[in-house]
Design a protein around this ligand. Sequence first.
Ligand SMILES: [Zn+2]
Ligand SMILES: [Zn+2]
Length: 256
Amino acid sequence: MLANYHTHTPRCNHAVGSEREYIENAIKKGFKILGFSDHTPQPYPPEFHSNIRMEMNEVEDYTNTLEKLRDEYKKDIEILIGYEVEYTREYFSYLLDYLNQYPLDYIIQGQHFVPNEVHGFYSGAETLDENKLKAYVDCTIEGMKTGYFTYLAHPDLINYAGPTKIYRQHMKRIVQASVDLNIPLEINMQGFFLNRNYPSDTFFSLASSMGAKFVLGCDSHNPKDVLQPEDIPDFVEFLERNNITYGDNIIDLRPI
Ligand SMILES: [Zn+2]
Ligand SMILES: [Zn+2]
């Protein structure tokens, strides 16, 4: 794995370590591209406070810090400046205009809340409600269709614990959208080693059988978690049993 596009910083209030430490670990681990994609700030109403993301006024320091480091480390690694962004119908276009005032290489979509964090639900909370599964799929596809996202992070974040048949029936729409729109699906390495509900065998076996393309994402919230697939016990086996392989359906080093 030569590129990782999913890296956080302490600005999101639930990651640790300096940008420099993430970069140095990535170099040590043999990466050629390290993309920072901290949780985007969101232009929520002033009375609503999110404690899992930077504030809007931190964008300048985030991008300044990364620009300096990009220059300092340019001989060893390519640094990209991005964000992990929830698509929200209400706030998305304002947010993009705001982020675009600063250096920006890419954004990835991570649909943590549906339809948004202010009036919605958290996708990762276990649920038996098919309506939530459907709402997650609808909202995610609406975001994918904007054309702004480089890839879809943890596409299987939704924690639906009902019948597999119903799960597949809805989730195959996300896979189809990824194939039709040519948006790769991320296999989230942090979710794997933390034993979360994602990445899911049910989802990724379906996705590979439908011809989707994949990106591996560290989703590092700690510099030591900038890892290669073989550093994570059983992860390579997860890829193999879901027919996901380098040289076939994994996209690694690629232009953005
Ligand atoms: Zn996070
Ligand atoms: Zn993330």
